[in-house]
Design a binder for this molecule. Structure first.
Ligand code: XMP
Length: 508
């Protein structure tokens, strides 16, 4: 399959570039900025290379490493922001640091609307985020667009097919940014559209067969869409050599274990249901730190998987890790650690199993498309996401069976009240969080001193950013009344009105 490589110079939007390209049906893969030209040269499916943005200046000593030979590969190249400056710098142009940068929307005046800027018109609003600018171009390059502050906001070397844009076409604020990326990928690189869910699934099945071969594998099945898709894919590749393990930690949603048993017993999976509620409560007793909770849970999961793997002689552990889990766990080249997603950063190093994560480069909505393509039951495909560490990260402070019961029941009420409303289809997650404090209330003419529940309802496309849902007060009021009436330990309900960023979706 034709593909575009994006070299990651650490820009916060780097992975979005691959996302945009896949959205119009072309395969795209992010690789480290220091990938060698030899590696890229030997892969004949690579039709174009994009150098991403990044926070550094080309003059900084610890700027990301880059193999200059890549510029001589005769493969079309597009530099974005830092990539635009780097190409100019390495090919004989000049980059300078400006006292004042360009941040936010800027008017782009297009001088030469061909090739990379074709079909963009005369001027466009574009998203800028830089302080360095290109002030002199290498030989045979021409400036094709400018802004008030930058004479060379885009350049082209049409003969060598090397282009640069100072702005970010991948960011949705840039008007017609998709068109610019399409010009590069479809017209200039001539990529065929072969990145359909069916082909992605076929490729992943093939890759799985190659990697696992005749060995046995186990998969941690949580019932969420990610692990279900990973299980379905791997089962298609290795059949009965896959053992699916569902661990009932005692921290699951209401009715979860029954749901999993009913849904997956019918599928062709060897399903093992392990009930270890007591073990989890014992290990988590007295623990308040969110990262410690995640690490303890990760270690317990690993112990369980290791024991089953030993008994079954399985050498691979499959996980349904997706891209946003990895980036938040700080596992991509330049990402900082937000939290140890238990299926990535939470797993101990001495796993003694080979780890395979077929969905590691996909976003949630891409995984859902795969779920449809693999014919997974609709109740799995449209399910709300549920975090691996379960209700443990929805109870702030210490975890007790009483608190788990409260948060589980409150979550069930929230879901029941939202399901069936017009808002339901846009909701990524709706859940309850229990705070480890108490406040005064009045119930039945008496003073009460009880827990508050936070209602969190979130809308998101890909988990990287999210907005709190603007559901009407009437629904919130019903939720509040039901929670305070039906859960004896709660006398107050609050609504979380924070987006991501600055908050994350979960509270821990
Ligand atoms: P945050 O809270 O990081 O959550 O904004 C983004 C999405 O990821 C889910 N999440 C997890 N999923 N293991 C998982 O499989 C984890 O450790 C984990 N932590 C958060 C979260 O529910 C949300 O949908």
């Amino acid at each position: 399959m034709d593909k575009i490589i994006i070299l990651d110079f650490g820009g916060q939007y780097c992975h979005l570039i691959s996302r945009r390209i896949r959205d119009f049906g072309v395969c795209a893969e992010v690789m480290p900025s220091n990938t060698s030209s030899k590696v890229l040269q030997t892969d004949k499916t690579i039709k174009g290379i994009i150098l991403s943005g990044g926070a550094r200046s080309v003059y900084e000593k610890d700027a990301p490493k880059f193999d200059k030979e890549i510029l001589n590969l005769l493969t079309p190249i597009l530099g974005i922001c830092y990539g635009h400056q780097l190409i100019a710098h390495l090919m004989g142009g000049k980059v300078v640091s400006e006292k004042f940068g360009e941040y936010g929307l800027m008017k782009l005046n297009i001088k030469n609307g061909e090739e990379i800027l074709a079909r963009l018109g005369k001027s466009k609003n574009v998203w800028m985020n830089h302080s360095d600018i290109v002030v002199r171009l290498p030989k045979s390059f021409m400036s094709i667009a400018s802004t008030e502050h930058s004479k060379i906001a885009a350049y082209a070397n049409n003969k060598q097919k090397i282009f640069g844009v100072q702005f970010h076409p991948e960011v949705s604020h840039t008007e017609n940014g998709d068109q610019l990326l399409k010009n590069f990928v479809i017209d200039i690189c001539q990529c065929k559209k072969s990145c359909t869910p069916t082909l992605v699934a076929q490729n992943l099945i093939k890759e799985t067969r190659e990697i696992i071969g005749n060995e046995k594998a186990i998969i941690g099945l949580s019932g969420g869409v990610d692990s279900s898709v990973a299980a379905a894919l791997v089962e298609k590749a290795i059949g009965k050599k896959l053992i699916a393990v569902y661990v009932d930690t005692g921290l699951m949603r209401d009715g979860e274990t029954k749901f999993i048993e009913e849904t997956f017993r019918k599928k062709n999976l060897n399903l093992k249901v392990i009930r270890v509620e007591k073990q989890f409560f014992r290990a988590l007793k007295g623990v308040s730190s969110p990262e410690r909770k995640r690490k303890i849970i990760g270690r317990l999961f690993a112990d369980i998987f290791r024991n089953i793997a030993k008994k079954e002689r399985a050498s691979f552990l499959i996980q349904g890790t997706i891209y946003s889990d990895r980036i938040e766990s700080g596992l991509t080249q330049h990402s900082s650690k937000i939290k140890s997603h238990h299926n990535v950063g939470g797993l101990p190093k001495n796993l003694k199993m080979k780890l395979y994560e077929p969905l590691k480069d996909l976003y949630k909505d891409e995984v859902r498309k795969l779920a449809y393509d693999l014919d997974l039951p609709k109740k799995i495909t449209i399910r709300q996401v549920f975090p691996g560490p379960g209700l443990a990260v929805r109870i702030i402070g210490k975890i007790t069976p009483e608190r788990v019961k409260i948060v589980r029941q409150a979550g069930k009420i929230i879901e029941e009240e939202l399901r069936g409303t017009e808002f339901w289809k846009n909701i990524w997650m709706s859940f309850a969080v229990l705070l480890p404090i108490k406040s005064v209330g009045i119930q039945g003419d008496r003073r009460s001193y009880k827990y508050p529940i936070v209602v969190r309802v979130i809308e998101s496309r890909d988990a990287m950013t999210a907005n709190f849902s603007k559901i009407p007060f009437s629904i919130l009021e019903r939720i509040s009344t039901r929670i305070t009436n039906e859960i004896i330990e709660v006398n107050r309900v609050v609504y979380d009105i924070t987006n991501k960023p600055p908050a994350t979706m979960e509270w821990e």
